[in-house]
Design a protein around this ligand. Structure first.
Ligand code: ATP
Ligand code: MG
Length: 559
């Protein structure tokens, strides 16, 4: 089946809605948006929403807006505005010149509220927040009429204006939409649409002391921008009647339509802002972009690429029911993306010296090695080879168990792309720690090829000792102890004490000395690594392991 046919058969439910809208002339274009609240860093779940909204706009030749939903001044920060913009641009979602702030529409929202009052569709109430909750009823009981709902239009207009002018204390007055206190949908029981809050806003300063509620503001923002399909997550499904009510009562021509889809959850992975904030504050992680987290900034720092995240989001699909995806799928996606793109180099994470006793003392040679056997376009590089090398400590055992095919006394192995070597023994310190492994090489096996058809079972990688560049490598595990689950009984996180391993004695081939921040490599046998942007120094890169090479993940078959 060609890719095109595949797209047609697997059209997701949102595409089906859009197709129908376009066919029936409900809209003649597609205009989507991504509306984050600037109150934290974006995470992998947001990436799904961003790529979905942007992808639909592109697919239908429409437009995509970036809009900060900054109607709640308490939690919002400029720092987050900047990080969010950076993350979205990195993912490749292009808002062109359409970067908006909900706070730019406060004037229009105020006018909208006045319009509702004039239509008799909104009133000022003096009930306290607790009283409003009490009057609202429950799922089984209808609500009670607000005693202030009988105020005249004139009185409501005057009071609302006075609210705006700062005459009232926070919490003493609200504006409520007049809908239906007996509605089976609690969201429709005269919801609060404006509140008094004497707060400084990061964009509008002290211009306003009344702020619109999300359910009132959001449809207006969409309508003003000419959004056609306002895509949000499932928890807003019960708010959709209110969304529709607002755009209808405010008489927007061609009003937007809200569509809900299921959030993306990763199994055993923490995404909640509250938890991550705590980890940051307690110094358990190194900021919001600690490579063990799944904020977009953290994934970028760890070495994930925008392409790998796109692939991941595509594989997850769009659905109406909540489910949770395994982190292994994300790992699968980065392996897929990097396997041909990343140069394959040699790094020894935990080195021990290997001495080739019969290799001439002063001699050294340059071996030309391909950068990626499966992708010739990546070219080749020269790696020095000499009498002394480094190999992984775990690639030597004095007394090997069964099926151990690497270095042990008497065994012959291949040094990757170099020579066959036969282990002759080792030198230990007074504590029995292996300090040097010794071997002899077969000059006829150059290139790692068997000179006479004899076979070796093990191939190990190496780094030339003299030219080796000492670097720091960092290996990660889930920050959560998966065996025990994410949360402890008291609601705290179940942390894995081994989530970070720092190796300060790792060595890499000289070609890696100048690796730049965010450059990705495959270190043969050890995994994919990325140069840490924060802690690398000129000539001394720090390498974060993105993922190991082995995978337990099997791509689910599509039916
Ligand atoms: P969180 O509480 O998880 O940080 P949020 O919903 O408070 O997320 P917003 O800034 O309000 O964050 O979200 C911006 C957009 O991203 C919304 O349209 C929201 O529906 C969407 N979104 C948030 N979390 C996810 C998720 N896990 N999967 C898919 N979309 C999400
Ligand atoms: Mg939110």
């Amino acid at each position: 089946m060609s890719e095109n046919e595949n797209v047609v058969v697997s059209r997701n439910f949102i595409e089906q809605i859009i197709d129908k809208d376009l066919a029936e002339g409900v809209y003649d274009t597609v205009h989507t948006r991504f509306p984050p609240e600037p109150n934290g860093y974006l995470h992998i779940g947001h990436a799904k929403s961003i790529l979905l909204n942007y992808g639909l706009a592109k697919q239908y030749g429409g437009k995509f807006n970036m809009r900060f939903d900054d109607t709640n001044p308490t939690k919002e920060k400029i720092e987050f505005v900047e990080s969010i913009k950076k993350d979205i641009a990195w993912l490749g979602a292009d808002w062109e010149d359409r970067l908006f702030f909900a706070s730019d529409y406060f004037g229009e929202m105020y006018e909208g509220a006045v319009k509702l009052i004039k239509k008799g569709k909104a009133y000022v109430s003096d009930l306290t927040a607790d009283e409003i909750r009490e009057y609202r009823g429950s799922l089984t009981e209808p609500g009670k009429e607000d005693p202030y709902s009988t105020r005249s239009i004139e009185e409501n207009l005057r009071l609302f204006e006075e609210m705006k002018e700062g005459k009232y204390e926070d919490g003493t007055k609200v504006l409520r939409a007049r809908i239906d206190m007996a509605s089976p949908n609690i969201n429709m029981r005269d919801p609060v649409i404006y509140r008094v809050a004497h707060m400084t806003h990061h964009n509008t300063g002290d211009q306003w002391c009344i702020y619109p509620m999300y359910d009132f503001a959001h449809p207006i923002e969409d309508a003003i921008e000419g959004i056609t399909h306002s895509i949000c997550t499932l928890e807003f499904e019960d708010h959709r009647p209110l969304y529709d009510w607002v755009v209808r009562e405010l008489e927007y021509p061609n009003p937007p339509k809200q569509i809900e889809f299921a959030k993306l959850y990763l199994t055993n992975v923490v995404t909640g802002k509250r938890y991550i904030k705590k980890l940051v504050e307690e110094g358990i992680v190194d900021g919001w972009d600690d490579p063990r987290l799944v904020s977009i900034a953290a994934l970028r720092r760890r070495g994930f690429t925008p392409e790998s995240i796109k692939l991941f989001v595509e594989l997850c699909g769009i659905s109406k029911s909540n489910s949770s995806v395994d982190y292994a799928m994300l790992e699968y996606c980065i392996r897929e993306d990097l396997k041909l793109k990343a140069p394959r180099m040699m790094a020894v994470l935990d080195p021990v010296k290997l001495v080739i006793d019969n290799y001439p003392e002063e001699e050294s040679e340059l071996l030309e090695l391909p950068n990626n056997l499966e992708n010739e376009a990546l070219g080749s590089r020269k790696v020095p080879f000499g009498k002394e090398l480094y190999i992984e400590r775990e690639d030597f055992m004095e007394e090997p168990p069964k099926k151990y095919f690497r270095m042990f006394p008497g065994n012959e192995v291949r040094l990757m792309n170099a020579y066959f070597v036969k282990c002759t023994g080792c030198v230990k310190d007074e504590n029995g720690k292996v300090m040097e492994v010794h071997c002899t090489y077969d000059p006829a096996s150059k290139g790692g090829n068997s000179p006479d058809g004899r076979k070796v079972k093990g191939t190990i990688h190496w780094v030339p000792a003299k030219e080796a560049v000492k670097v720091e490598t960092r290996l990660y595990e889930n920050i959560i102890d998966e065996e025990k689950g994410v949360y402890n009984e008291d609601g705290s996180l179940n942390l894995n004490p081994n989530s970070l391993t720092v190796l300060t004695e790792s060595v890499v081939e000289p070609a890696l000395a100048d690796a730049k921040a965010y450059e990705n490599f495959q270190f043969v046998r050890n995994g994919f690594f990325c140069v840490d942007y924060k802690d690398s120094k000129e000539g001394a890169p720090v390498f974060n392991r993105i993922v190991s090479l082995k995978s337990s993940f099997v791509l689910p078959k599509k039916d």
